[in-house]
Design a binder for this molecule. Structure first.
Ligand SMILES: [Fe+2]
Length: 180
């Protein structure tokens, strides 16, 4: 019934793993060692595709239905939907910084450090907020018909890293995640 919530929580744990990779690379850069820009670019390529294009739109569908059943969570939902938009913009901005860093090889440390740490902190906080403030309310307030409507409104899209098979461009990243 609440399969979607399970999927969303699974997505969150996958995103947290990838944020940890980003954090480790920023820690490396903070010690003046060269970070693995290609690894960071792949993480952000994933973040701006699967979470921004699949995960967050699915949550938007859930939030819209929940708003009809539990109007009291309206302010929370408005905040979360706004954060989805902000995260998409911040993610694209971080991709641009990484692209510049990878091609020019010289960037100011804070040009990567500041947006990188901010993106990580924002997404962590956002996921925790969703889980504590919304997912439990959705489980309690939505019924079978609501879940059918929600499930019929979301596309089944493959996760390129954590799905049934790993897309070729992400194989090294996948191996790195599960070996560290
Ligand atoms: Fe989420």
């Amino acid at each position: 019934m609440a399969d979607l919530i399970q999927k969303l929580q699974r997505d969150h744990s996958h995103m947290a793993r990838l944020l940890k990779v980003l954090e480790e690379e920023l820690d490396t850069a903070a010690k003046s060692d060269p970070p693995d820009f290609q690894r960071m670019q792949l993480v952000m390529k994933y973040m701006t595709r699967y979470p921004d294009e699949v995960h967050h739109p699915r949550e938007d569908v859930l939030f819209a239905r929940l708003l009809e059943k539990a109007p009291a969570v309206g302010a929370t939902i408005s905040t979360l939907c706004a954060e989805h938009r902000v995260l998409a913009v911040k993610g694209q901005e971080l991709c641009s910084v990484l692209d510049a860093a990878a091609t020019e090889h010289v960037i100011r440390r804070d040009a990567l450090e500041t947006p990188g740490r901010e993106y990580i902190a924002t997404l962590y906080r956002h996921m925790r907020f969703e889980e504590t403030e919304i997912f439990s309310v959705a489980r309690a307030r939505l019924g079978t018909e609501d879940w059918l409507v929600i499930e019929s409104s979301v596309d089944e899209q493959r996760d390129p890293i954590f799905g049934d098979s790993v897309e070729s461009e992400y194989r090294d990243l996948y191996a790195y995640i599960f070996s560290s």
